[in-house]
Design a binder for this molecule. Structure first.
Ligand code: PLP
Length: 413
């Protein structure tokens, strides 16, 4: 098939489309299954081939010159992109309603790639203080080495964020919902702070996914995801993605080609395959998250539940207005339990597997104190809002009643 024809077909899927209301737009399930893919593929296969090539050949010298001068979209060298990766990037962009998506080898590679491409020595960024601990660590420990100043303000305090902006501020960064506290950011307010001050906004929407949240529609400039989680969905791959306007992402793509933080063809295939069932899986993750949160909320041994789908959650109204569902991640605190008694509950689980991560089909359980913050001082943990009696569960796609029964027996021990 001539490259140009394939390109035309691919680009017809790349225009912004959102999986929301309007009737002439395709739904999120249809986008998950079909977007980004050529209708007729090599050897007439219905699935995309896994092209195991690190390099791509040219017929002769003139074809190299044409490739450069005409900016042809074809393979050159694997570090700059591969055919399978293009399909996944277009599928993810279609799901997000973004012009473009750039795939990275992990969520952290995506985060680091975006920030490194955009920031110079002397620049400043401001981020909400609840976040994935490695993102915070990267900003505090590493960006600082290159003369980038990072400021933290209390999560959800838009006035404090705006007050911290000065002429060097380049980026406002947040998650929504946040990991592991599940605080909800009002995306409109967040995006407005950025626009008023001519500063770009970034949302790590890993916990929400494009199924539940559409930050670009709300005016956010860049969205990133750890595709390791719900997008891949099967606890069998690492990947990350940055999405936004094409022109704003050109330097990010260029830096990725230099960093080499790319996915193998096989990894791209796994991600494409995982995405086929994205919408179905999210519906079950949302159902399980809600059911488990409601169960925990009514349990006598549970002191507090963090889940935006509960009316008692401080961000519930905002979440209900901007989210389609609230995801599978639920954090809770055990009543009158020290860290050991809390660990005993984790250890008593049968269906939930003890592991970090979230968003896969298997339900997971972990105690943040032990899993992610064990080497921190008690003071540091306090400042991050990590309590000794906190448990984080990531509901998979099993049956709700089985997950509830498992937690019930674990809490009963
Ligand atoms: C897991 C996670 C990341 C990091 O993604 P990796 O794919 O593990 O590198 C970043 N942000 C959030 C919110 C996450 O949950």
């Amino acid at each position: 098939m001539p490259v140009t024809q394939q390109e035309r077909r691919l680009s017809s899927h790349a225009k912004p489309q959102t999986p929301s209301s309007s009737t002439d737009q395709r739904g999120v399930s249809t986008i998950s299954v079909h977007a980004g893919e050529a209708r007729q593929k090599p050897v007439d296969s219905i699935t995309d081939p896994v092209v195991m090539a690190s390099t791509f050949t040219f017929e002769n010298t003139q074809s190299i010159i044409d490739f450069i001068e005409q900016d042809q979209k074809r393979g050159e060298y694997g570090r700059y992109g591969t055919p399978g990766e293009q399909v996944v990037e277009k599928k993810l962009a279609a799901l997000e309603g973004a012009e473009e998506g750039i795939l990275f080898s992990s969520g952290m590679a995506a985060f680091v790639g975006l920030l490194n491409a955009k920031l110079n020595s002397g620049d400043e960024i401001i981020f909400f203080d609840e976040c994935y601990h490695r993102s915070r660590e990267y900003c505090r420990k590493h960006l600082s080495r290159f003369g980038v100043v990072t400021r933290e303000v209390k999560t959800g305090d838009y006035d404090a964020m705006e007050a911290a902006i000065n002429s060097n501020t380049r980026m406002l960064v947040s998650e929504s919902p946040t990991n592991p506290h599940l605080s909800v950011i009002d995306l409109q307010k967040f995006a407005d702070v950025g626009k008023r001050n001519n500063v770009d906004t970034v949302i790590d929407a890993t916990l929400a996914t494009p199924f539940n949240l559409q930050p670009i529609q709300a005016g956010v400039d860049y969205v990133m995801h750890s595709a390791t989680k719900y997008l891949g969905g099967h606890n069998d791959l690492l990947a990350g993605v940055v999405l936004g306007k094409k022109e704003k992402l050109a330097d990010v793509r260029n830096l990725r080609g230099i960093m080499g933080a790319i996915n193998s063809p096989h990894n791209c295939y796994l991600l494409e395959r995982g995405l086929k069932t994205f919408s179905l899986r999210m519906q079950q993750h949302n159902r399980n998250g809600q059911a488990v949160a409601e169960f925990l909320d009514g349990h006598p041994r549970v002191e507090k539940v963090y889940y935006p789908g509960l009316p008692s959650h401080p961000g519930h109204e905002t979440a209900a207005a901007q989210m389609r569902g609230f995801g599978g991640l639920v954090t809770f605190e055990v009543k009158d339990a020290d860290w050991r008694a809390t660990a005993d509950i984790v250890d008593a689980a049968n269906i939930f597997r003890i592991a970090p991560s979230l968003g896969g089909v298997e339900s997971l359980i972990e105690q943040p104190l032990v899993m992610s913050y064990f080497t921190c001082t008690p003071e540091e943990r306090k400042s991050f809002g990590i309590s000794d009696n906190m448990i984080r569960i990531a509901c998979g796609i099993e049956d709700s009643q089985d997950l509830i029964a498992d937690l019930d027996q674990a809490l009963g021990q």
